[in-house]
Design a protein around this ligand. Structure first.
Ligand SMILES: [Zn+2]
Length: 327
């Protein structure tokens, strides 16, 4: 964000949090449990896709919205419903202000009808090349948390190319904002269909469509997520080694590399009714790959290794160990 807009944005953000807090946190206890450093944020797939679609709607300008849900007893944020920009939101190259009337109207309905709290915010750094909260983002959020005694708040930052969008989760506690990582529930949020139908006419939805993992056409340059490991020189050879290894150890099953709508590679092993996907998430190899098994289109198993440690040079041996121990 530009320094010249700092005061205005600060004031708007404070007002925005204050408005929602008046309605949602009046009865909440002030003391909240300490947050562990290895915590992840829980989000339903439908809500992550919703945010990504909002980002893709405005892929070269800032946009944003709010996250609604609750905190578990151990301090884990659970996102059950996300909103995007209201009709009078202010979108600029390096800052975004939500339409406050929109936020208040929707926030109150989500609180009174579904008991959801305003637990976080998201905004997009579109193609600015910054996948973290800016220094200004962190200072603004943390001073608001201290002033309003919120304890903590979830701040999510989006990035995109023309066709793919990623969203990172950060937990701000009044002094700093730490990278959280997601635990994605592979399902539609139970709140989404009810809230969408009951607030039909009020809600403004994104127009971009989510895309399923798909095969790259011949000659097509893969549109990887910003900062994705396969953008680095030499990494394609590592992926080819992984594909060859999976092919050899899966007994001749079909193994296809696909690209999902977040610009992440998925290896699909098998076809027809039963198949498994190996996801190489944004943040790989620091983040572990994930194994997802599907039967008749339904996710039946999802597994992340409990131990994962891979340097850039040691991706293949780490992957082999993960894949051998996957069941
Ligand atoms: Zn920002």
């Amino acid at each position: 964000m530009k320094a010249t807009n700092q005061h205005m944005v600060n004031a708007r953000r404070r007002r925005l949090v204050m408005i929602i807090e008046r309605g949602t946190h009046r009865d909440a206890p002030v003391a909240r449990p300490a947050v562990r450093a290895d915590r992840t944020a829980v989000i339903f797939r439908s809500e992550l896709d919703y945010i990504r679609r909002c980002i893709l709607d405005r892929s070269d300008i800032e946009t944003g919205g709010q996250l609604f849900g609750y905190w578990t007893e151990d301090g884990t944020p659970v996102v059950l419903y996300a909103i995007g920009p209201g009709p009078r939101a202010n979108h600029q190259q390096a800052f975004f202000n939500q339409d406050v009337d929109y936020l208040v109207t929707v926030g109150r309905a989500l609180k009174s009808r579904y008991g959801l709290h305003h637990i976080g915010e998201w905004h997009s750094h579109h193609r600015l090349g910054l996948a973290r909260p800016s220094g200004h983002d962190a200072r603004t959020m943390n001073s608001t948390i201290r002033e309003k005694n919120l304890g903590r708040f979830l701040l999510c930052i989006g990035n995109c190319t023309a066709a793919t969008a990623t969203v990172g989760a950060f937990l701000c506690d009044g002094s700093s904002c730490a990278d959280m990582g997601w635990s994605v529930v592979e399902a539609e949020s139970p709140v989404r269909p009810f809230a969408d139908s009951q607030m039909d006419g009020i809600l403004v939805h994104p127009s971009s469509r989510p895309s399923a993992p798909r095969r790259q056409e011949a000659g097509e340059r893969p549109d990887y997520a910003p900062g994705y490991w396969l953008r680095e020189k030499g990494s394609a050879a590592v992926l080819n080694d992984i594909i060859a290894y999976v092919r050899a150890s899966s007994g001749g099953k079909d193994v296809r590399p696909l690209l999902n709508g977040s610009g992440e590679v998925v290896l699909r092993v098998g076809s027809g009714r039963v198949y498994e996907d190996i996801l190489f998430p944004a943040g790989f190899p620091a983040r572990a790959p994930e194994l997802l098994k599907y039967t008749d289109g339904t996710l039946v198993v999802r597994r992340r290794p409990s131990v994962w440690s891979a340097t850039k040079e040691g991706i293949l041996p780490a992957f082999k160990s993960f894949y051998e121990n996957r069941i």
